[in-house]
Design a protein around this ligand. Structure first.
Ligand code: ASP
Length: 598
């Protein structure tokens, strides 16, 4: 028998390692008391460490001292024992655990640490409120599920490092105390004691440092990087999260995609023992919006969106007529094969859902057995329109057509939401499938109505696409970018781009984003300056590590794969951060808190 890699001076093995091959051998084990059963002259204890549990037996007739200690032991005490492994009698074998054929007759026992009665039993984890689990995270993390999740995360990180190292990437750290360089979200600020009135910012990502490492000749680098964004936390976001962040020199879009496809292939094989497609499907942003109503399409099911605006050019129906008068007005639909799968109430819910997504409403048509239209709008449709519709959508008996007439984005997005809802409702998703897709050819800018200015769809360092760059001065919204997102099962798990490597172009982009010379100089002067000393073409990407591990583990919250996550209101229930600090600490960093905010 080979020595366990876990052997220390306080144990020969892990609890879960002991099986019938150990029968007759002496072992030393340490761990937590999972359960104690007092049978009078015999006391049984299930001893637990991360590897599993093993049954200990204390016999009053054989070893009085240990028996006496075991009498007073409770759940979650930490103990060490030595004893002899023996086979269990046939009728007490537990075939459901690997150690179920043996037990350990304890000679000596030592209590390392006592435990209060725990706030919840480990096996009750699913019944306990999440806030209680977060407050007593050290108990929660002892459960099999959390041990499994955090180990899964470790495996993903280890596989990532192994793969990227083998492709010539260097792991290079960059500052956590960084400069405030707004990338879209709000910065977390850190006051400086040595520089009165000045602040560091925690990095929203290592973006500019990883670019500057490329300017510095390192060729390719990566980080499993902690990123900080001070945003209101929508469901399943964390103020600090982790990205697999990488950057490469002398690359085109295909080069970055190939590395990521290789990385995912490696991670899936190493961590899940699963094969995935060698290269992923690619869909242009506009096509993804048109066909799936989102830039994060779930390709595990079909239900694509179809446009049939052309048929209704001369429609009598006011809503169709008015919509098509507008420049980007269109009429789009999703066809469900069997209308009986949705109740009348569910149809009404779909209408409400469409309104919530910003559309004026949702029209529906049921095709009956005789291929006639049952619908509140049927009487407004001409026979030719009906015929054309049947042909355009290849309609069959029993089909249900769901229609939205609105501007391009609203009609796409509304049907995108409905598509997702229907997939769940009609159980169209194969939960065991992993479907990747690249979305590319995004617009470079979008108009932010609330701020009345252009913003970057990706970030300001993204290179414009060569075919549309000529619109930069005349109609920037027409310029596309060389950015790409990788989507898995309808979740965006990463995004990146080729970067600008020309100081003048970078300055121009900042100006389109409404930054004046002073702001450009204050925030990004160092970047522009660095770009004046020879910058190679470069590009990169960041993969959301928390989300990736969550999807690999088929979990439904990123808090399940983060050892110490924060709540929706950005609070750590375990440590109580954020918390007040002393007047003295504040004075040292030149900060005064107004009475009202204390
Ligand atoms: N810095 C980007 C982000 O955090 C990723 C990238 O462009 O590489 O989303």
């Amino acid at each position: 028998m080979v020595d366990s890699v876990y052997k220390t001076r306080m144990r020969t093995n892990l609890c879960g390692e002991i099986n019938k091959e150990f029968a007759g051998k002496d072992v030393i084990l340490s761990g937590w008391v999972n359960k104690r059963r007092d049978h009078g002259k015999l006391i049984f204890i299930d001893l637990r460490d991360f590897s599993g549990t093993v049954q200990l037996i204390f016999d009053s007739s054989k070893n009085k001292n240990s028996y006496a200690v075991a009498k007073n032991i409770r759940n979650e005490y930490v103990i060490g024992i030595s004893g002899k492994v023996r086979m269990r009698s046939k009728d007490t074998i537990n075939p459901s655990i690997p150690t179920g054929e043996i037990e350990i007759v304890v000679k000596d026992i030592k209590i390392f640490s006592k435990s209060k009665s725990p706030p919840f039993m480990l096996e009750d984890r699913n019944k306990v409120e999440e806030n209680t689990r977060l407050k007593y995270r050290y108990i929660d993390l002892r459960t099999n599920k959390m041990q499994e999740n955090i180990r899964l995360r470790h495996k993903v990180a280890a596989a990532t490092r192994k793969y990227l190292n083998s492709r010539g990437f260097l792991e290079i750290e960059t500052p956590i105390m960084a400069k405030s360089t707004p990338e879209g979200a709000r910065d977390f600020l850190v006051p400086s004691r040595l520089n009165a009135g000045k602040f560091y910012a925690l990095p929203q990502s290592p973006q500019l440092f990883k670019q500057i490492l490329m300017f510095s000749g390192f060729d390719r680098c990566y980080q499993i990087a902690r990123c900080f964004r001070d945003e209101d936390l929508r469901a399943d976001r964390q103020p600090e999260f982790t990205q697999i962040d990488l950057e490469m020199t002398f690359v085109e879009v295909d080069d970055v995609m190939e590395v990521i496809e290789g990385l995912f292939n490696y991670i899936f094989k190493e961590v899940l023992g699963k094969r995935i497609e060698k290269s992923f499907k690619r869909i242009k942003w506009k096509d993804s919006m048109e066909n799936y109503g989102t830039d994060k399409p779930d390709l595990r099911f079909d239900l694509t969106i179809k446009d049939f605006s052309d048929i209704f050019k001369k429609s009598e129906l006011k809503i169709f007529k008015d919509t098509l008068k507008n420049n980007d007005g269109c009429i789009k639909s999703i066809v469900v094969d069997d209308s009986s799968k949705l109740t009348r109430k569910e149809l009404d819910d779909l209408v409400e859902m469409a309104k919530k997504s910003g559309a004026g409403g949702l029209a529906w048509i049921k095709i009956d057995e005789g291929m006639s239209f049952q619908s509140p709008i049927a009487k407004y449709l001409s026979d030719i329109e009906k015929k054309d519709l049947i042909k355009a959508l290849s309609l069959k008996k029993k089909n249900l057509v769901l229609i939205v007439a609105d501007n391009f984005i609203t009609s796409c997005q509304t049907l995108g939401v409905i598509r997702k809802y229907l997939a769940e409702k009609l159980k169209l998703v194969n939960e065991n499938e992993f479907k990747f897709v690249w979305i590319y050819n995004f617009p470079l800018f979008e108009w932010d109505e609330s701020e009345k200015r252009m913003t970057s769809v990706h970030h300001p360092f993204t290179k414009p696409d060569e075919n549309t760059i000529s619109y930069l001065d005349t109609d920037p919204l027409k310029v596309n970018s060389q950015a790409y997102d990788v989507v898995l099962n309808g979740e965006e798990i990463g995004g990146g781009s080729l970067r600008i490597n020309d100081a003048n172009l970078q300055r121009k982009i900042f100006k389109i984003l409404n930054m004046d010379e002073k702001r450009i100089k204050d925030n990004f002067g160092f970047l522009i300056k660095a770009m004046e000393y020879g910058v190679p073409p470069h590009g990169g990407i960041a993969i959301g590590m928390d989300r990736l591990v969550m999807l690999l583990g088929k979990l439904n919250s990123i808090r399940e794969v983060i050892a110490f996550p924060k709540t929706q209101s950005a609070v750590c229930l375990l440590t109580g951060s954020p918390s007040s600090v002393t007047e003295e600490q504040l004075r040292e960093v030149f900060i005064k808190i107004e009475e009202d905010n204390k």
